[in-house]
Ligand binder design. Structure first.
Ligand SMILES: Nc1ncnc2c1ncn2[C@@H]1O[C@H](COP(=O)(O)OP(=O)(O)OP(=O)(O)O)[C@@H](O)[C@H]1O
Length: 694
């Protein structure tokens, strides 16, 4: 670096710290940076122009620190590898430090290692703010939050070629224990372009933090929750640790955020029954019989969540005499979870949604509900046009499934169906995910650039789920793409022609959002050429049929299974806040825990059992191969003879038609609804025994 540049930088730093006016084209730095400069001068007594050598701790001290953080280093390894894979080739190194800023482990391109070493970024180096001045690691620790320190933001003139982004990793008590940092020694991007790096580093730090929480709390009962049942037990759920009497003893950051608490102390020390409308002992008793996901409400805001309870894993603890290899075994569970869940998260950000093998068609979805029949008719009419479609409906009601079926019904079916969940991608990543970027567009970018979802969907269909969560600025960009049929990737000036059919979905009221200035009116009109309203599961008049269909899907290819009438009634009576998604989860869990392939009422979550508590309980099993007639005629004998005769007629017709309810209804000259009413009155099981019997 030229000496003149170093001197000018140091003078600029000192002028800012002492409140003197800026000179020439000197840049105004943001508050976290100038606050840090002030600390460096006033508290740490550092001189920005002085050329200190990097401070590297001794090897024994380093070994001690690495041993002290052994679990953290092992847990972080999988996530660091995964993040490094994404950013490799972009000139970045990944570093993890302890809470005092000493680098414990790294992922560096071997060809760049020398450059990083000479910049002082090596294992054992101390990057605390009081040693190295303002930097991505030390300032992240001092501010206790994620920071980017880009080039001339650094305090020392020696570091102004660096660009560093650090994010804190906290222990279950909320104390900062480590910093994950991505640093480049030769970044020529703008500071704004570091937002992408920040989003990636933050995401990885959060994943490591969750694994650390689960690992360090595994000898306690852990409650995991999320508003979407399919996200419970994944790394993005909230976690609370409970003592034996149901008091919260630890909470992770996600739990604090999801529950709208001000901080961890807002939750810690409170009985669970003050947070959710459920008592810990009821959950504990339930989870002992089977592992399930329970619907609850939080008491403060009345929001719906799904929770699962995990008992302490005492048996998995090791004593000190066991070897290192065994102790690695001991960490395997969170590690495996980290790896598999990273893989769950990342494809959501990266991959084109491939058509699933047994994707449902519009015919499959039509069912017998008048609203669904109308939706399917409209969808068929516009399948091959360019009319944009807005699908509204409550969460889990099948919006994405419907969008995919619409794509399959169109001439675009052989091309890609690309799904983007705008609510699941950090705001800062949506832009690059959608519009792509040119090679080297910004730091952390893949070296060969990225095509972006819009381009991936060209020729096919782009499904934008939760469109209401798209930031206003990007709504403007999306509108431009739709109007001009071309996209300009980040970092590029050349527009690329695209041919996309857009289907959007939202469970939010977009009209209300427009009124509040949260959604662009012009985009709304561009997107809702036609609006299809999907009914909630509770509203569907063909709920019984849908339940059987989901049951068939879940048992397809597996061993024969059946469901008691009483259990089926519970499914019919419940109000299904999570809609078809919740139904699938309940049936899947019940199939996994039921005995002998028959789902009973006891295999269902408490809330469902309660919904049907008043229904009479006299199960008749629909066991494959067993004759329905023999199963229930004896029972009918004690009742009124006319009733008994009707029941017998029904049962023999069902047997004759091999449990095909449509054929049975046809043969008896009644509608399916009447048939089901009669079956219910006679307490005859209607659960499908085998796929071919429905
Ligand atoms: N008609 C159906 N038959 C069988 N399974 C279905 C049906 N509709 C939806 N599902 C299943 O329910 C789950 C939720 O569906 P989907 O993701 O389409 O809902 P969504 O309304 O888009 O949800 P969200 O609002 O949360 O994005 C998926 O597992 C899907 O396979």
């Amino acid at each position: 670096m030229a000496e003149a540049t170093a001197v000018a930088h140091a003078e600029g730093v000192l002028r800012t710290v002492h409140g003197l006016p800026r000179v020439g084209r000197e840049v105004q730095h943001e508050a976290p940076i100038t606050n840090s400069w002030t600390r460096c001068v006033n508290d740490h007594r550092l001189d920005p122009s002085k050329l200190y050598a990097p401070t590297v701790i001794g090897s024994l001290d380093l070994k001690d620190r690495q041993t002290q953080h052994e679990d953290l280093v092992q847990i972080a390894a999988a996530e660091m590898d995964s993040l490094y894979d994404q950013i490799s080739g972009s000139g970045y190194a990944l570093l993890m430090t302890d809470a005092s800023g000493v680098i414990l482990c790294e992922r560096v391109d071997p060809t760049l290692r020398k450059m990083f070493r000479s910049a002082g970024l090596l294992i054992g180096a101390d990057w605390s703010e009081n040693r190295e001045g303002t930097n991505g690691i030390g300032t992240c620790i001092a501010e206790n939050r994620p920071v980017t320190v880009h080039r001339a933001d650094h305090f020392r003139a020696r570091h102004i070629g660096l660009s560093c982004t650090g994010a804190p990793i906290r222990d279950p008590g909320g104390s900062l224990v480590a910093v994950l940092d991505a640093s480049s020694v030769s970044s020529h991007d703008t500071r704004a372009s570091q937002m992408h790096t920040m989003a990636l580093v933050n995401l990885s730090a959060n994943l490591i933090e969750k694994c650390l929480f689960l690992r360090r709390q595994q000898n306690h009962t852990i409650l995991r929750f999320h508003s979407r049942p399919e996200l419970v037990n994944l790394l993005h759920d909230g976690a609370l640790t409970l003592s034996g009497d149901g008091t919260v003893i630890a909470a992770d950051d996600t739990a604090v955020r999801l529950l709208g608490a001000s901080n961890r102390l807002d939750l810690v020390g409170r009985p669970l029954s003050e947070i959710f409308d459920v008592r810990a002992e009821d959950l504990m008793a339930g989870s002992r019989t089977h592992q399930a996901i329970w619907p609850v409400r939080d008491l403060r805001r009345g929001r719906r969540y799904f929770v699962s309870l995990h008992e302490p894993q005492r048996g998995r603890f090791l004593d000190a005499s066991e070897s290192f290899d065994r102790s690695f075994e001991h960490l395997r569970e969170p590690q495996r979870q980290a790896a598999s869940e990273s893989n769950l998260v990342r494809p959501m950000l990266q991959s084109v949604a491939q058509p699933p093998k047994n994707a449902l068609t519009l015919d499959d979805l039509a069912g017998e509900d008048p609203q669904m029949l109308r939706n399917v008719r409209s969808a068929r009419r516009i399948a091959d046009s360019m009319v944009s479609v807005l699908i509204q409906g409550p969460t889990g009601s099948g919006k994405e499934v419907f969008a995919r079926a619409l794509h399959l019904a169109s001439s675009r079916a052989p091309q890609n169906f690309v799904a983007v969940n705008c609510a699941a991608i950090p705001e800062t990543l949506i832009e690059s995910e959608l519009f792509g970027y040119k090679a080297g567009a910004f730091t952390g970018a893949r070296k060969d650039g990225m095509r972006g979802k819009v381009l991936q969907a060209s020729g096919g269909t782009l499904f934008l789920d939760e469109i209401g969560d798209m930031p206003l600025l990007l709504q403007t960009r999306l509108l431009r793409v739709l109007e001009e049929h071309e996209v300009v990737p980040l970092g590029s000036e050349t527009p690329i022609k695209v041919d996309i059919r857009v289907i959007c979905a939202s469970h939010r009221n977009l009209r209300e959002m427009i009124a509040k200035g949260q959604f662009r009116e012009d985009l709304y009109y561009r997107l809702n050429g036609i609006t299809l309203e999907l009914p909630s599961l509770a509203q569907r008049s063909d709920r019984d049929r849908l339940i059987r269909e989901v049951f068939s899907i879940e048992t397809a290819g597996g061993r024969p299974a059946a469901m008691e009438a009483e259990a089926f009634q519970c499914l019919m009576d419940y109000n299904w806040p999570g809609n078809v998604r919740e139904l699938r989860n309940v049936i899947r869990t019940a199939l996994a825990i039921c005995e002998g392939g028959v789902i009973t009422r006891l295999d269902l979550p408490r809330e469902l059992r309660e919904a049907a508590a008043e229904a009479e309980a006299a199960p008749v099993l629909a066991v494959p191969g067993a004759s329905a007639t023999t199963a229930a005629v004896a029972e009918a004998a004690s009742s009124n003879p006319l009733e008994a005769a009707e029941k017998e007629a029904l049962l023999s017709a069902i047997d004759a038609n091999r449990w095909n309810m449509s054929l049975t209804a046809q043969q008896l000259g009644m509608s399916r609804n009447t048939l089901y009413r009669k079956l219910k009155r006679h307490r005859i099981a209607v659960g499908p025994a085998r796929r071919d019997q429905i």
